[in-house]
Ligand binder design. Structure first.
Ligand code: F6P
Length: 407
């Protein structure tokens, strides 16, 4: 009989707790093989400092169900890079902690950086002959993990972005004056989430009329020409831009103001290109202009989750436990789209080599970006629509969503 340890890592999503729910529920259902189900508080970083809790004892059955529809990371998260050198002191230290808690199964819910953690721990484990099984459960609103059709968290964030952009369009078009609204969306170096703004359109030519992704070089003069042409056709122009757009020299547009700060993983914290473009449009065109940065609301809106995404996130957790119990290690749970052309959408989980996933990013295919690099084609719409389907039935209290909070 061995115990489970599960952690959450990286930026949260609206459904990362649904994956935690899946892991905990499935692990608790295997009482003959699994003893305790521990949760690391603040990921591997907190765990090293002795922060963990016993989720089997902590959560009632009712709370576990509430966890499924609670956004953000219930256990807390971290951005913590493990040493590259597997000979570093860090590894025996963390494995000693695993031994103290009699851990047999390790689950880490996260994106590329978190898969780097799973990869390093499983490689070290193999070196020292550890029987612990290491499994990565994918998550990220950025949808940039390779070896998987999509990632849990993306569908809900895409649904939120498309719904919110549709509402901003309604608001922005009430006056009969020339106006530009720039909406800045998350996603670092991959434009999946920004591309989702195209789903807000109700007919061809509807707003947002201009969409810019990091996968295509951004040029201010070309943008000015695109905008001029759009303003000739209509009074109100909505532009959606990814936080990570950069020019042909690789300089981020958000750095035209000031250099971006770095996070603990050494990634640039990309924010502010909407403001840069707002100032540019104001001085060049002299029209009313506003920029809106959706910021963390894209990843934490529990009210607009995709039911498909919630269920798939939970399935990823359940499948991770099943894989570990079968003896699999060093893998991430990947999603494969198994529906044929014209068939209803179906997804299956499969094990993918975590070493192949970590530290790599999946970009939006260049041929899905249309126009002069300022629009998104039908291929993306066909890909994304199934992922945003369905609404969650949630518990409410006093007119507000009822969420679960760590005690
Ligand atoms: O995890 C992905 C993400 O949400 C990106 O879209 C965004 O750029 C980044 O995290 C923000 O990170 P943080 O929450 O550390 O500021």
């Amino acid at each position: 009989m061995k115990n489970v340890i599960v952690g959450q890592s990286g930026g949260p999503t609206a459904v990362i707790n649904a994956s935690l729910y899946g892991v905990v529920k499935e692990a608790l259902a295997h009482g003959e093989e699994i003893g305790h189900v521990y949760g690391m508080v603040h990921g591997i970083e907190g765990f090293l400092n002795g922060q963990y809790l016993d989720l089997g004892k902590e959560l009632t059955a009712e709370e576990l169900e509430r966890l499924k529809l609670t956004p953000a990371a219930y256990l807390g998260s971290c951005r913590f890079k493990l040493p590259e050198d597997l000979g570093a002191e860090f590894y025996p230290q963390v494995f000693a902690r695993f031994e103290e808690l009699e851990i047999g199964y390790f689950f880490y819910i996260g994106g590329n950086d978190s898969m780097d953690t799973v990869s390093k721990l499983s490689r070290y484990g193999a070196q020292v002959g550890s029987p612990i099984r290491f499994i990565g459960i994918p998550k990220t609103i950025d949808n940039d993990l390779i070896e998987t059709d999509h990632t849990p968290g993306f569908g809900s964030a895409a649904k939120y972005v498309a719904s919110t952009v549709r509402e901003i369009v309604l608001d922005a078009t009430v006056y009969c004056q020339k106006a530009v609204t720039i909406i800045e969306l998350m996603g670092r170096h991959a434009g999946w989430l920004t591309a989702a703004s195209v789903l807000a359109r109700k007919y061809p030519g509807d707003n947002p009329v201009l969409i810019y992704l990091p996968e295509a070089d951004f040029d201010l003069e070309q943008f000015a020409r695109d905008l001029e042409a759009a303003l000739e056709k209509q009074n109100c122009v909505i532009v959606c831009v990814s936080e990570g757009i950069s020019d042909k020299d690789g300089t981020f547009i958000c750095e035209y103001g000031s250099e971006a700060a770095l996070d603990n993983f050494g990634h640039k914290m990309l924010t502010g290109c909407g403001k840069v473009l707002e100032q540019f449009v104001r001085s060049r065109f002299g029209v009313k202009v506003r920029s809106v940065e959706l910021n963390v609301s894209q990843r934490c809106s529990g009210m607009v989750v995709s039911a498909t995404d919630v269920e798939e996130a939970a399935r990823a957790g359940v499948n991770g436990v099943k894989m570990a119990l079968k003896g699999t290690t060093g893998v991430m749970v990947g999603f494969a789209r198994v529906s044929g052309a014209g068939e209803a959408y179906r997804m299956e989980c499969r094990a993918v080599d975590v070493d192949q996933v970590c530290n790599r990013e999946k970009a939006v295919p260049r041929e899905w970006i249309t126009g002069d690099g300022n629009d998104i084609g039908q291929a993306f719409i066909d890909y994304a629509l199934p992922l945003i389907q369905g609404e969650a039935r949630r518990e409410m209290e006093d007119g507000l969503p009822k969420y679960l909070y760590r005690k």
